[in-house]
Design a protein around this ligand. Structure first.
Ligand code: SF4
Length: 479
């Protein structure tokens, strides 16, 4: 099928609008997400001890009748995306994955497909397809620098076999002269594997990875239920171990930043700050897990960009604005386009712009260090360019009337009014909740004052009262 010629225009217009809305701190967005993340299901062919997912068999692509309709809704997003990020479970083990990726080519000329995989099922046919499509990137999860550690943590997988599959993709890239897909790797940092990080980084370099990400382990009710000793066995909390990890990363990160295109970390800033250790070298504010945030900041993000760029749909239908934040609705309850500006989504952006990350539903483990930090609005300076689309800044109305027509002008004014109303509604709710909090605090202080008064009354000695009475009588006789 021929790709419609205007898809690139839709994409570049959306990028500009997204940039402008982020700069303006708008919380009701007319731009589409740049990154759509799909956690298709939790079915997997291996059994990692630290896997945070529930093994419920939930699958966004089942039953097929619903999947067909959902795929149609998803297709509306593709022309605007920089990345369609798909993961599981294990994507290659999930039925419906092939059909889903077939939908993309007719709607996006750019390579937008990106997957996260355990790498065990990349056979010759898939390796060729990943390169021929081409996929934009493939992230392989590898949590060890040695075969013994990797095979123990990722039960059912074998490090040598996975490295062989990575090499298979690299050979197809060489054979077809393609630089895509870019290959990178994801490492979950645990007690039993962190000392292997230097070796892991060397291994990834040898196998042609262009980037790595290190993230602390997530404890969930599911992985704790499966392995009750997981926290004690694998969570890094002991002061000595935290210091060892800190010293090692201070040594290796700067070195490997010269080797890899990207070295991202997540969760380490909170861990080190808790122990009073330095964190600037991590560059977590600049290089954490912010998919498709290009053009939004020149350094550390004063405001986390994810809720302005990303929509994640997970296997039970929950929608999130970031992998690590609370749901903002569910796709079985509302259409996808409505979820992007659901009341919870607007409130989440609004809280974050005010620095209230905890209240917004962000993860204390991964982003606790952001709490209380609010970035200033850069008022219209969107990289030197200004959005002039249907919901844009205030262009000359007369000129717009002449070039675009009355209907377009009316629609723009109505859409602006709708945005303003939604944003005012959120500000009103936020002020009401502040007022309510203030009232509760005053009630609390008044109750406290009454308690103190009552307590003080108990200690007023009767003799003191009598003495005061006597003194007043004596004073009266002198008058
Ligand atoms: S949890 Fe919140 S602050 Fe952290 S990356 Fe996600 S959206 Fe950003």
């Amino acid at each position: 099928m021929e790709v419609p010629a205007d898809t690139d225009r839709a994409y570049s217009d959306n990028l500009l609008l997204s940039q402008w809305e982020y700069e303006q701190r708008h919380v009701y967005l007319y731009s589409w997400p740049r990154c759509l993340g799909l956690v298709l299901g939790n079915a997997c062919n291996i059994d990692c001890i630290h896997c945070y997912q529930a093994k419920t068999g939930d699958n966004l692509l089942r039953p097929p009748k619903i999947a067909e309709e959902l795929r149609r809704e998803l297709m509306a997003f593709y022309p605007h995306l920089s990345t369609l990020r798909i993961q599981g479970g294990e994507v290659f083990a999930i039925r419906g994955f092939r059909e889903l990726i077939d939908d993309v080519a007719p709607l996006a000329r750019r390579p937008i497909l990106s997957i996260s995989t355990n790498g065990t099922l990349i056979d010759e046919e898939w390796a060729e397809r990943l390169v021929r499509t081409p996929f934009s990137s493939v992230t392989v999860s590898i949590d060890g620098g040695t075969r013994a550690t990797y095979n123990r943590l990722r039960k059912g997988a074998d490090l040598d076999q996975v490295l062989g599959n990575i090499d298979r993709v690299q050979s197809w890239k060489a054979r077809l002269g393609s630089e895509r897909p870019y290959l990178d790797s994801f490492f979950v940092v645990m007690r039993s594997n962190f000392r292997e990080i230097p070796h892991y980084l060397e291994l990834m370099q040898r196998h042609g990875m262009i980037g790595v990400a290190l993230q602390t382990m997530q404890l969930s009710p599911e992985n704790i239920a499966r392995t009750p000793t997981l926290e004690a066995d694998e969570s890094i909390a002991d002061r000595g171990e935290v210091e060892d990890l800190h010293a090692m990363l201070r040594d290796v990160l700067p070195r490997f930043r010269r080797v890899f295109h990207t070295v991202r970390v997540s969760g380490l800033q909170t861990l080190f700050e808790t122990h009073g250790l330095s964190t600037a070298f991590l560059e977590e504010g600049e290089k954490s897990l912010y998919p498709d945030s290009e053009g939004l900041s020149e350094g550390a993000f004063a405001l986390c960009p994810n809720p302005w760029t990303t929509l994640f749909l997970v296997e039970n239908g929950d929608a999130r604005l970031c992998f690590h934040s609370q749901p903002i609705g569910n796709l079985y309850a509302e259409p996808l386009a409505a979820l992007w500006n659901s009341p919870q989504a607007i409130a989440q952006r609004s809280d974050m712009a005010a620095g209230r990350y905890h209240a917004s539903g962000c993860s204390p483990q991964y982003c606790g260090w952001r709490e209380g930090k609010s970035g200033p609005c850069r008022n219209g300076d969107a990289g030197g360019q200004e959005w002039r689309g249907p919901a844009g800044t205030e262009p000359c109305r007369q000129a717009e009337l002449e070039t675009r027509g009355v209907l377009a002008l009316v629609r723009r004014l109505v859409s602006e009014e709708r945005r303003e109303r939604s944003e005012l509604e959120v500000h009103k709710r936020s002020l009401e909740s502040l007022l309510e909090g203030g009232r509760r605090h005053i009630d609390h202080l008044e109750a406290k004052a009454r308690e103190i008064e009552a307590e003080f009354g108990k200690y007023r000695r009767p003799w003191l009262v009598r003495a005061a009475h006597k003194a007043s009588q004596v004073l009266r006789t002198f008058r």
